[in-house]
Design a protein around this ligand. Sequence first.
Ligand SMILES: [Zn+2]
Length: 225
Amino acid sequence: MESLAVTPNLTMLRINGWQLYVWRDGDSATLVDTGAPGSGTEIAAAVPGIDRIVLTHGHVDHVGSAAELRESTGAAVMAGAGDAAYITAGAQMPPAMFEDWEIPIFERVSAGLPAAAPAVPVDQELNDGDVLDFGGGAHVLAIPGHTEGSVAVHLPEHGVLFAGDTIANVGSVMLGVFNQDRSRAVASFKRLAALDVETACFGHGEPIESGAGERIREVAARLAA
Ligand SMILES: [Zn+2]
């Protein structure tokens, strides 16, 4: 496992090729996503005091270790209402509407991943406008498009955004790939671009420690639906 300090409260963990985030308020830790299945023991050992697990969406590389972690830590699992039924059932998510150029990338990155994550109860379904009790008040934004139930979490007090897979930063800031509905994903990207954000964390690629909002806005301005 690789650990990257992003800000004093925020760490990115990379494990078995996937990534997730840890937000700390004193002794209490919040995980944003959980990586692929089979990483729970290692994550729990590295992160004391996990109280809640926020899932940005239902894809297996984000939900994968949530069941193991909920079982071992008792943390509450939270996910967008639109993906919660799939997560609870351990069901495969609806397929993406692939762009032609995405297909070989998908075949490469999905090799070795199961089609769905182990079933895990969703203790709290998240809806637009919900405010969660961490990070000085964590604002939930429903951002459909990548998946129906994708959510972002914005911590206005800290200028931090967890964008899930709606935004990626692989080489450069871009619309995330493998979207269920690209035009809705673009609209969601533009909504995130309007937020006051200093630090941004993505499901894939490097987090941006400072000046993230400006970089996201530059990309949003030339992103066509
Ligand atoms: Zn995804």
